[in-house]
Design a protein around this ligand. Structure first.
Ligand code: SF4
Ligand code: SF4
Length: 421
């Protein structure tokens, strides 16, 4: 299916679904050449050990109170049951099966089945879609959008960094006996099968705080990364469970199973920035993303056009503020820089190894490309007017970038300003 987003990416015929095993976090586990070249034998272990050195040294932004904040923010996301991308999906809270936590003494069955009633009828799809968005926000999401599924964004294979197991991701209509896969299934050989009727994607965005992100690259900004993952570990399975209780299939996903950014673009949550991230008209690149695949009938949103591509052509602030120089200054291209990129779509490709190298040296993740983004600022009359102009004409883009710099936006703030002492 040629979706509006795939047309924007101008997908080449040789574009292939991405194998999760090739993303840089997974490679830090299995790719010995990558580990040797970059001296990143195990990204997570290396980062933790560097973080502890930083705390002992008491460096600004990494002293005990800052790192304590950051590590606390990961509390929910780090729990055995909660992680998503790094566990490869379909485990714990991100299980593809109903959790049934509140029904019939934890039977694992969804409410409609326990109660012995029919699945909820969806007569008014517009009203039901509005209600799902409202409930998504009530459960903790900042933004909620809905898209039709473009299978090209679904990973070809899943892989777990924790257990180092993996397998193909297929659709029921590619299987010999499609009727055998009316519910999401994982086979003994690790193959996962998505029912072909699961054609709708609910994309959830979780705002990362403006003030904390302004301190990047230090642990106060890192707290917002942890909060993004912890919030999505609560909200995504909870909304999925609501949908299952009504009688529909739902697959909750964090970074696992499918690419979040193109799905968010298709769901109308923003455009793709030079920094490789979703840029939302209200929150810039400060939205952490998760998604739910479902067969519940829903109305699709349309992609938005806010003049971002033309603005990124001249802005380049994220590239200038990137400490590892992982962000491209060049024109968009169809060619990736490393095999952790997936070539064939027209965009700015990051150099993920450079980015990871910096994080590992720092002992913390970095959010400079969020902090410096000209769209990062919270809504306000002046900012809204400027965004309105950018959406309608590119004539003033250079002036706006100059003003953004002249007013000091995008510069790092001290973590003391966050704590107030
Ligand atoms: S996270 Fe930091 S190092 Fe990585 S691309 Fe963004 S600015 Fe560069
Ligand atoms: S900082 Fe500028 S170039 Fe980078 S994503 Fe934001 S608007 Fe685009």
């Amino acid at each position: 299916m040629a979706t509006q987003t795939s047309r924007k990416y101008r997908l080449r015929d040789d574009y292939r679904r991405f194998d999760q095993k090739n993303e840089m976090f997974c490679r830090s586990i299995w790719d010995t050449e990558f580990a040797e070249t970059l001296s990143v034998p195990n990204y997570a272990k290396a980062m933790i050990s560097r973080a502890l050195e930083q705390v002992k040294a008491g460096h600004e932004g990494f002293a005990l109170r800052e790192m304590a904040l950051c590590w606390a923010s990961w509390t929910i996301a780090s729990m055995e049951n909660a992680g998503s991308g790094w566990r490869g999906g379909n485990r714990g809270l991100f299980s593809w099966e109903p959790l049934g936590a509140s029904t019939a003494a934890h039977s694992g069955d969804p409410l409609w089945r326990v109660a012995g009633v029919d699945a909820e009828d969806v007569d008014d799809v517009v009203a039901v879609t509005g209600s799902i968005k409202k409930i998504g926000r009530a459960f903790g999401a900042t933004e909620v959008g809905v898209a039709g599924l473009d299978r090209r964004w679904v990973y070809s294979n899943w892989w777990s960094r924790y257990t180092q197991e993996g397998g193909e991701i297929r659709f029921s209509d590619e299987m010999e006996d499609p009727e055998a896969y009316m519910e999401p299934t994982e086979l003994a050989d690790g193959t996962r099968v998505i029912p072909a009727d699961m054609k709708n994607v609910i994309v959830l965005g979780f705002e990362r705080g403006y003030e904390a992100i302004d301190t990047s690259p230090d642990s106060v900004a890192g707290c917002e990364t942890g909060m993004g993952y912890s919030k999505m570990a609560f909200t995504t399975p909870t909304l999925a469970e609501y949908i299952r209780n009504l009688g529909y299939n739902a697959i909750p996903m964090g970074n696992d199973t499918a690419l979040s950014v193109p799905m968010a673009i298709e769901a109308g949550l923003g455009q793709l920035g030079r920094n490789g991230l979703l840029v939302n008209p209200k929150h810039g690149s400060r939205l952490a993303l998760s998604k739910i695949l479902t067969d519940m009938p829903l109305v699709h949103d349309s992609p938005v056009e806010v003049g971002l591509t033309e603005f990124c052509d001249v802005c380049k602030k994220c590239a200038k503020h990137c400490p590892s120089q992982a962000i491209s200054y060049e024109e968009r291209s169809h060619e990736g820089q490393t095999f952790s990129n997936n070539p064939g779509s027209l965009k700015w490709y990051l150099h993920p190894e450079k980015c990871m190298r910096f994080w590992t040296d720092l002992g913390e993740d970095c959010s400079n490309c969020l902090r410096s983004c000209a769209f990062n600022k919270p809504p306000g009359i002046l900012h809204d007017v400027v965004r309105g102009i950018i959406a309608n004409t590119s004539a003033f883009n250079r002036l706006f970038v100059w003003l953004d710099d002249a007013m000091g936006y995008g510069k790092k703030k001290s973590s003391s300003s966050f704590f107030g002492y």
